[in-house]
Structure formats: C-alpha cells, structure tokens
Design a protein. Structure first.
Length: 732
C-alpha cells in the first residue's frame, strides 16, 4: 500500500530515545489526514551492526583486508568470538529486557575488554557508589565503544554513535568535499544503512520521502540515502528539513545539492511540508510553496508564498511516535556527568511548552531566526493533554521539554495542571536562571515531577553577562540554583569561555564562581564550551560592536552559519579548554575544591580577584520575599487534623490548637492559637474545593483578617506561618 510521506531520521542522533522531529510532523499530518510512515534509521543501523549476525558480517569483512592494525584492534579481532557470544545479551540488557545480566557484566570474566576499559581505574572512585545496574550499564557502554573503535579503524573512519561523518557537515562552506565523498564507493556503514533503507521503501512505498537533519552528524547519511533513492526510485520526491538546513543552508546556491533533494524547507516544517505534499499531488502550483528551496531552470530558487500562514502551536497536533521502535532503544552511561546521563540514559517523550524564546536577546544566539524569534506558548491544559496522550501511546511517563527556554509562568501552570490531574510523571527542561524561580515555584515544580533543569550561566562575569544581554547576574543565578537544589531539582549549567573581549582575568574569575557554586552544592552539573560566532547572531551580524573581525566574509554556496573570527586583542581562548574541563570534572565529583586555580593550567594564569566566600555571602543574605496581590496560593499537603487544648500561664487560660499533618514520609505537628488553627483548616478546604481556580494572596489575606479579626502581616511573618510555608503552603 502506497504511503504519501515517509519521514526518516538518518544515522545518527541518539541511542536512547528517538529525535522528535518526525513524530512532531506525523502528529501534524494526522490533523490533515495525510498518511505518513516514520523511521529512525539511526537506531535500526545500530541494532543491525551490534548483533551477532552484524558482528559476523563485520569480522568477515575485516578479514578480507590484510592490513596491519593497531594493538587494540588486534586484541578485539582475537576476541571476536567472545564479542559474538555476548553482544545480543548485552544489547537486550541495555534495552531493559535482561536486567539480571548486570550481575554477570560486573564480573571481570564476562565482557571482553579492550582499550576503553583502561580508564576504569581512574573512574573507579567516581563509579564506586553506583548501583549494580548503573555500573553494568557503564561497563556495557565501554564494551560498545571498544567495538566502535574497531569500526573506526578498520571499516569507516567517520563512524560515531551519535554522529556520522560530522566533519563533512560542520562549517561546510563548500559542497565539494561532501560531494566527492558521495561520489566515492559506499562505506561499510553506508551498505548496512542502504539495506535497511531498501526495506523501509519496500514497506512504505512513499510518494515523498522527508529527511530530518538536525545536526551535522547526520547530514552525510541523509545525502547518501537520498542518492540511493534517486537511483532506485526516481519517481519519488525527496525533501530535507530540520535544524541543519534551518541554520546552515539559508543561502544555499550550489545546484549539485539538488541532484539528491528536490526540496529543502526552512524553519517550522508543518506549513512547508503540507504544501510540498499538495504540490507533488498536483493540487497547488509551484509558486504556492512555503519557505522552500528547489531547482528551476538549473538555478536554485527560494519560493515563499506569503498567503500560506504558519500554524499556531495549538493547531499542530500531538506528536505521534507510532511506528518507531520504542522498546528497542538502548540506554547507555558514557560519562559521569549527571545531566549528560539524562540525554543518553532512558526513553523520554519530547514535547514543547513554547515555540521560540520569550527572552530572545542573547547576543551569541541565532535570535534573528524564526525558531528563536517567534515566541508562542502553548496553553498549559493542552500541554498536559498531550502528555496524557503520549503516556497512553508510548507507556512512558518521562518527558523532556525541548524548549529554548521554558517560561517560568507557563512551567508553573503546567505543574499545577499535572498536580490537579494527579498524574505521575518525571520531566526536565531548559530554562533561564531568572529571579522568577522562587523557592516556592521550585517546590511546586518538584511536586509535579520536575527532576532537572539546564540553563545558561554562560560566562560567570557580570560585565560579560551584560554584554551578552543575558538578563541575569551571577548573584541571581546562585540564588536561583539554591532554590532548585533545596527543592531537590538537579541543576546543570551551560558555561562559555572565549566570548569576545573576555580577558584571562575574567576567565579565571568565572572558574572561581563555578568552583564556589559546586563547593556549596548549588550546582550539580555543568559543561564548558568555547564561544562560536554564527551568522544569525547579533555578534555575527555586528562584529565591530564586539571588537572581533570576521575571517570568512563571503557567502559560500553550501553551508553558511559558523563564522571564523579573531579578536582585535589577539586573545587565544582555546588554551583554557583543557584546564576548565578538567577542573569541572573534579568539581562535579566533590573533590579538589582546595586546589589553587593555577594548578589546572600548564601556563601562567592570573590569581582570581573574587573573594573565596563571595557565593557563600550571596546565599546567606536575608532577602524577604515580595508577594503580589494576584499571586496564587497553593497547599501541597493533606487536610490537617485539628485538635484543641487549653494552656494556662500566670493565671490566664489560652485556647490553643494542634495541627497534625500526615505526609508521605512522616507526621508533623504544629501548635498555634485556636482561631488560627480553625482558619487554616477552612483555608485548606477552600483550596481543595477551588483546585481548578486557585485563591490569590490578596484573597487569603482578606479571608484571614475577616475570620481572625486581626491584621494579617504579623501572622504572616510569625513562626507558625514560616512553618506552614516550609511544609507546603506556597505562594506562586
């Protein structure tokens, strides 16, 4: 039966969960009654390679080449029967289908070991406290990486688990090198890929094939697959979309690209792909295509019909993961970074709270492009509706919201909606470390299932944060991190070095700020990356404002986004890379805080100018919360049991009350005046009754004063109120 569209994610993106683009588009096509088949070709290739039959073929292929291999490869070849005997059970374990194998994996005699296992002694201190399942996952990951090293050395130097031939796609100003690679004989990995692609084509018989290319690491494979389809199914039309073309191919002019693809669409794919379908079906004219490159009269032309509107986020439907091999993804533990582990371990349903970025000002970011610039939130009820739909469809209750920066107010509403519906989920997302993340907001996020947040601290220097237009300060980030940490939410920080005009002093001071935050426990994970200038960022568009000079000033005919640049000051930032990353690795494991910062570098660096207790003082400043009249009141606990008693003092008798709370972990009792106890119980009753319409701070204040006949402020700043706030009475 012929399918209208087959959507393919080419090798390779992730091992543990499908990249969501095809599921998003399939969900949209469902709303338009466009029949659609989807495949994550990457995971299919991995499962074919890393199986007994796959290793049989691989070792046989290597045996045909009488090369001189490295000692490491010779060892793997000598142990090939051990690898063949264990591979299927190891993959099943990583798929969660064979958990008891962990006991065998953690015994030295089970897995064959090559060079990747040499790092075990160095990491034993980091993994010593891991449970047996996690330790087995890490060992199984090293085992697969040994086999990956074998593939790289013997059959395909471009192989990688989460990227393939990435070098050919990164900063590919010219199409020449990629074109030459495509005109060479297919590699071993290509052959495996194309055999699986043939099965997809035979099964789906599509009119159109759409490739999602989010990263440079699956660009080459998309071209190789398109090339095969053109040769074997010349009547099928082929289109490309995704993050790579959206950022890199906005000025494409090389006609050779269209020997492989008929269309390349930009930005949100729903409207452009719908019109591609209608055009191929003969229902609209070529001039009606939306944000689409194609070849016309042997020239690359861009067609963008202004009358075709984009769809609102409420109209695009719920992502549809049907057809993907959801139970066959593999969870690996590559490195000990706790946040990076979340990207590679476990299956996550991907959703979006808001399209674009509500801040949209950071000068290093591609804020001129629609995927950042056009901000449109989704209603909280619709988000949770989609969550429930995906839970029913996939059986998974974990969610990764892939926002540029999730808006705090919307996160609050989503959290409240999850709690109202009493659904059990785990979720994480990307944020800005802004002051809206109060202690109470972090607690409600935690109660709804939020387990982690990641956000850009970037350069931990107030001068540079202002130059970046980040809209935060180091002090603010530290306080927000403390709020998340105390709520039990993991914090990961993206850290940047080498931003234009950054001095060596500022780099070292940034490292000191990061060191202090890790030492005080308000940051649990981080990653340093060097600044890269892009064509669609304010720095790339106005380099003179940042004292940098663009080296590649002329547009290429293929990819145009990453810009080579140099600073007028002549600063060499890359020399800091190793020391920054090595220090961070140790800080994440709670060690080496007492080392001098100079010890991390093999060249002379300035002494930090930051006081050693700077972050400590920031976190211990008493900052009284400011409440607005329309803030929402939420009670996370159960209805307390109220007991009365009398208390005598100096001949006077007082009516008192005990509020007894039963929590999941223990019991709590608070003593207060009888009238306050009665007021609080009836407040909780009202809050429970109005679960769909919360009470405001002003309404609570008025209710207290009417019930108790006394001013609210003295009560609100009393010990009993502080105890209630710390045990579930939240102001949002």
């Amino acid at each position: 039966m012929q399918t209208t569209v087959t959507l393919i994610t080419p090798p390779f993106t992730q091992l543990n969960t499908p990249y969501p683009a095809t599921a998003y588009i399939k969900g949209f096509f469902n709303t338009k009654s466009i029949d659609c088949f989807q495949s994550d070709l990457g995971i299919e290739v991995i499962l074919a390679l890393f199986s007994k039959s796959g290793l049989d073929d691989l070792f046989d292929f290597i045996a045909l080449n009488n090369n001189i291999w490295s000692v490491n490869v010779e060892r793997i070849l000598a142990l090939q029967y051990e690898y063949k005997a264990t591979i299927d059970s190891v993959i099943a374990f990583l798929q969660g289908r064979n958990p008891t194998l962990a006991h065998a994996i953690t015994q030295d005699a089970f897995l064959p070991q090559a060079s990747r296992f040499e790092q075990l002694e160095e990491l034993e201190w980091a993994f010593g406290a891991m449970g047996i399942q996690d330790k087995a996952k890490h060992l199984a990951t090293l085992y697969l990486e040994d086999l990956s090293d074998l593939i790289v050395e013997t059959v395909d130097a471009n192989f990688g688990f989460s990227r393939y031939a990435e070098r050919l796609g990164r900063s590919a100003n010219s199409f020449d090198e990629l074109y030459d690679a495509l005109n060479a004989e297919p590699t071993y990995i290509d052959i495996v890929t194309l055999k699986l692609l043939e099965k997809i084509m035979l099964r789906s018989q599509p009119l159109i094939v759409g490739f999602s290319v989010p990263f440079p690491g699956n660009l080459y494979s998309s071209f190789r697959c398109a090339q095969w389809i053109k040769s074997n199914y010349p009547h099928v039309k082929i289109t490309m979309g995704g993050g790579f073309p959206n950022t890199e191919l906005r000025s494409i002019s090389d006609t050779r690209v269209f020997e492989f693809f008929d269309f390349i669409t930009l930005d949100d794919g729903e409207a452009p792909l719908e019109n591609v379908v209608l055009y191929v079906q003969g229902k609209i004219a070529q001039e009606e295509l939306k944000r689409t490159f194609l070849l016309k009269d042997n020239q690359v032309v861009y067609v963008n019909n202004p009358l075709k509107r984009d769809y609102k986020q409420s109209e695009v439907g719920t992502p549809d993961y049907s057809g993907l091999l959801l139970t066959q993804y593999i969870s690996v533990i590559e490195i000990v970074n706790p946040m990076h582990r979340m990207w590679s371990d476990g299956r996550w349903n991907k959703l979006t709270m808001a399209h674009g970025c509500y801040w949209g000002k950071c000068t290093f970011c591609d804020i001129s492009l629609d995927y950042i610039k056009v901000y449109e939130p989704v209603a909280a009820k619709q988000i949770v509706d989609r969550m429930e739909t995906l839970i029913e469809q996939t059986g998974e209750t974990g969610f990764h919201f892939v926002d540029e920066a999730a808006p705090p107010a919307l996160m609050r509403e989503v959290a409240l909606e999850i709690i109202r519906r009493k659904i059990t989920v785990s979720w994480w997302t990307n944020i800005r470390f802004e002051k809206s993340f109060t202690k109470d907001l972090c607690l409600i996020l935690k109660a709804s299932g939020c387990i982690a947040v990641s956000g850009g601290l970037e350069v931990a220097s107030d001068r540079l944060l202002k130059l970046i237009d980040k809209g935060v300060t180091v002090e603010q980030v530290a306080r927000v991190n403390k709020n998340f940490t105390e709520a039990g939410i993991l914090v990961h920080a993206y850290l940047m070095y080498g931003f234009p005009t950054q001095t060596a002093q500022e780099t070292i001071d940034s490292l000191e700020m990061v060191r202090q935050m890790f030492e005080l426990g308000v940051m649990q994970s981080g990653f340093w990356h060097q600044f890269a200038m892009t064509a669609h960022s304010p720095v790339g568009m106005n380099p003179e404002l940042f004292d940098v000079v663009k080296i590649n000033t002329e547009l290429g005919s293929f990819a145009n986004n990453d810009l080579i640049h140099k600073e007028k000051s002549g600063a060499q930032h890359d020399k800091f890379s190793y020391g920054l990353k090595k220090s961070l690795f140790n800080f994440m494991h709670g060690v080496c805080f007492d080392w001098a910062l100079q010890d991390w570098f093999d060249f002379k660096v300035p002494r930090t100018s930051m006081p050693p207790d700077y972050i400590f003082k920031v976190l211990n400043q008493d900052v009284l919360p400011i409440y607005k009249p329309n803030n929402k009141v939420v009670w996370l606990g159960t209805l307390p049991k109220l007991e009365f008693y009398t208390k005598s003092k100096k001949g006077r008798t007082f009516e008192k009350a005990t509020l007894r709370f039963y929590t999941k972990k223990d019991n709590l009792t608070l003593d207060t005046d009888k009238i306050i106890g009665e007021w609080f119980v009836q407040l909780v009753v009202k809050l429970n009754e109005k679960a769909s319409k919360t009470i405001t701070y002003q309404e609570m204040k008025a209710d207290f004063e009417a019930f108790c006949q006394e001013d609210f402020e003295p009560f609100w700043y009393s010990k009993i109120a502080r105890d209630l706030r710390s045990n579930g009475l939240l102001i949002l």
